[in-house]
Design a binder for this molecule. Structure first.
Ligand code: ADP
Ligand code: MG
Length: 256
């Protein structure tokens, strides 16, 4: 098992080629990147640059044509279908632009859904706890059409959280929401990140990307840039100096 700070995700020279009739579409043309635990990453890039293709590969919904994908040090290509399905179900939480909630089902039941086919105990309590984490425990009995767009997306985030996944993958989670509601959703992601969750968000909006710690820009199936947000670096420096203080105090204790 990997501890905090190690690579959770390693992509090495990932290519994805789709065949459409006789034509080949090179959606990813050699993507190499590492993502550590508790990173908060925005993926940006124009339409058609390969963002969703990359998310599908990260989420084990699709396999690369070439290249290596390691998740927690395991080569994904070498895993059996059943193990992959387990990873998809347990280790990865998906959030979509269009929420994808079941319409005739309460918020609580929607959140409970990923637990339906598992041996999990206390399913209802776990779903309630997930709703609580997104601030919606008072809407558990509401149906999606009785919820605002932002609330629907919060239910979808709770559903992604209910299995306590290693990674949350969100493909344009604010794409169908106005900017104020987008901020509301980002506040939820911010707090999950503060609790230690690893989050990867595809977005077209600079104000969304600015809240993440790292911004990866794709262009024509390649990484055009990959930068840490300045604020994060500052925070990292603070963390380092805090760590130094701890060490200093330990030294102090030793000398007594
Ligand atoms: P983005 O999410 O950045 O808009 P996509 O990853 O959806 O980009 O698409 C990247 C390229 O791959 C595009 O040229 C798109 O047309 C093509 N593509 C995506 N999915 C498929 C598919 N299932 N079959 C064929 N071509 C696809
Ligand atoms: Mg897309």
């Amino acid at each position: 098992m990997c501890t905090n700070g190690h690579n959770l995700i390693e992509l090495v020279d990932i290519e994805k080629i789709y065949r459409v009739g006789t034509e080949l579409v090179r959606a990813l043309r050699g993507v190499t990147l590492n993502i550590r635990e508790n990173e908060y990453v925005a993926i940006m890039g124009p339409s058609g640059s390969g963002k969703s293709t990359m998310m599908n590969i990260l989420g084990c919904l699709d396999v690369p044509t070439r290249g290596r994908y390691s998740l927690r040090g395991h080569d994904v290509a070498k895993l059996s279908q059943s193990k992959l399905a387990r990873i998809r179900g347990r280790q990865i939480g998906f959030v979509f632009q269009t929420f994808e909630l079941l319409p005739r089902t309460t918020a609580l039941k929607n959140v409970q859904l990923p637990l339906m086919y598992t041996q999990a105990t206390k399913k209802r309590q776990r779903a309630m706890a997930a709703l609580e984490r997104v601030g919606l425990s008072d809407r558990a009995k509401h149906h999606p059409n009785q919820l605002s767009g932002g609330q629907k997306q919060r239910v979808a985030i709770a559903r992604a959280l209910v299995q306590e996944p290693d990674i949350i993958l969100a493909d344009e989670p604010t794409g169908n929401l106005d900017s104020e509601t987008g901020e509301e959703i980002m506040a939820v992601f911010d707090s999950l990140h503060a609790e230690g969750q690893t989050i990867i968000i595809v977005t077209h909006e600079e104000f969304i990307a600015a809240r993440c710690n790292r911004v990866i820009r794709l262009l024509d199936g390649l990484i055009a840039s990959d930068v840490q947000n300045a604020e994060t670096q500052e925070r990292r420096n603070v963390k380092t100096s805090k760590r130094r203080n701890v060490k200093t105090s330990e030294l102090f204790r030793d000398s007594q």
